[in-house]
Design a protein around this ligand. Structure first.
Ligand SMILES: C[S@@+](CC[C@H](N)C(=O)[O-])C[C@H]1O[C@@H](n2cnc3c(N)ncnc32)[C@H](O)[C@@H]1O
Length: 332
């Protein structure tokens, strides 16, 4: 029976088993120590409760740094307080169940992977709802904040690692959630292949990536990339995002009013999502999230469905909202 974090981990370099040298524990968390690969002898530190297993990081420096800055600012309370991207924990949990096509009961019997866990928000939610184990993995420099967010839960763990070289055993997870991550990698299809290998037979993988359809935040990014504003040092870029969030909020409010007029009333799921009330801090996070990462690829539903088909998934189900988000079941 897989029960502890080590049961799920494998060497991200060669896939070998790991032997542990745990120096300090706190409940089910190993606070300091090291893991050594029994195959290639690579050694991975465990520091601050987080195994540090980033591998194949060439070209990912900007992504690791910029999201580290973003999530540190988030944990320091510089963006939203009670929500992430405007969603309360209740909305996030409903979305998690709907999009994975699962239930609270199934989660309680599942090992859950939160790939590209960011703040650790969904890792914590899955653990709180009783997952056998919930493991969040992310490459950014601020995984300590994600660990602090999850620390009180013995079944929640954070690992620093790259979804393109994930430090897990094959077929280890019953439910794998990857929301808003693969388009920030240089090779999203390869990221999907890596994640597919981690899903147990009859387990479910859910992936959300940016769509090719029009989005005002990403349109502005394309313009600003041209004049290199998006390459500003992160603190300056954050100040810029705070500045442009004020007129953005004004424009969004005006748009909301217009979409309340009977002939233009928002009805589709996408329109309703666009006109929902937003706070200034959510818009600041959204701007920073949109402008700062180096990689921001966009995809079509057909392309993502193709990734699932190639990996041999069944019951491939695209969601209407958000575009493009798709789940599939690994063949039993
Ligand atoms: C937009 S955030 C989404 C965070 C989270 N999934 C959520 O929905 O709140 C994207 C996250 O993907 C992570 N990420 C990007 N490339 C990654 C990679 N190659 N391996 C692991 N994480 C990655 C970033 O560090 C960032 O935290």
């Amino acid at each position: 029976v897989l029960s502890t974090l080590l049961d799920y981990l494998a060497c991200p370099t060669c896939g070998g088993d790991l032997s542990d040298d745990f120096r300090e524990r706190d409940g089910d968390h190993v606070m300091t120590g090291a893991l050594t690969c029994q195959g290639c002898e690579a050694r991975y530190e465990i520091a601050g409760g987080v195994p540090r297993m980033n591998r194949r990081m060439e070209g990912l420096e900007n992504i690791s740094r910029t999201f580290g800055f973003e999530w540190k600012a988030h944990h320091d309370g510089k963006f939203e307080q009670e929500t992430v991207y405007g969603h309360t924990p209740e909305t996030d949990w409903r979305n998690f169940l709907d999009r994975l096509g699962t239930t609270d009961e199934e989660v309680r019997q599942s090992a859950v992977l939160d790939a590209g866990c960011g703040s650790g928000n969904f890792t914590r939610l899955a653990a709180e709802h009783g997952a056998k184990i919930a493991i969040g993995i992310d490459i950014h420099d601020e995984v300590d904040g994600a660990f602090a967010h999850c620390r009180e839960l013995d079944n929640a763990h954070i690992v620093q690692g790259n979804v393109l070289a994930p430090p897990f055993k094959p077929a280890a997870f019953d439910l794998a959630w990857c929301s808003g991550v693969l388009h920030h990698t240089p090779d999203p299809a390869a990221g999907h292949r890596s994640l597919s290998r981690l899903v147990a037979p009859a387990g479910t993988l859910y992936v959300y990536v940016y769509s090719k359809r029009f989005n005002p935040f990403r349109f502005v990014k394309t313009l600003l990339d041209g004049v290199r504003i998006t390459r500003l040092p992160q603190p300056l870029l954050l100040a810029f995002c705070k500045l442009i969030s004020i007129p953005s909020l004004g424009l969004l409010q005006a748009y909301r009013l217009v979409r309340k007029l009977p002939p233009l009333r928002a009805q589709s799921p996408r329109a309703l999502r666009t006109v929902r009330a937003r706070g200034l801090r959510e818009i600041q996070l959204t701007w920073f999230d949109a402008l700062s990462p180096e990689f921001n690829s966009r995809h079509t539903e057909a392309e993502v469905v193709g990734w699932f088909r190639q990996a041999g998934f069944e019951r491939i189900t695209p969601n209407e909202e958000p575009k493009v988000s798709v789940r599939g079941m690994a063949s039993p």
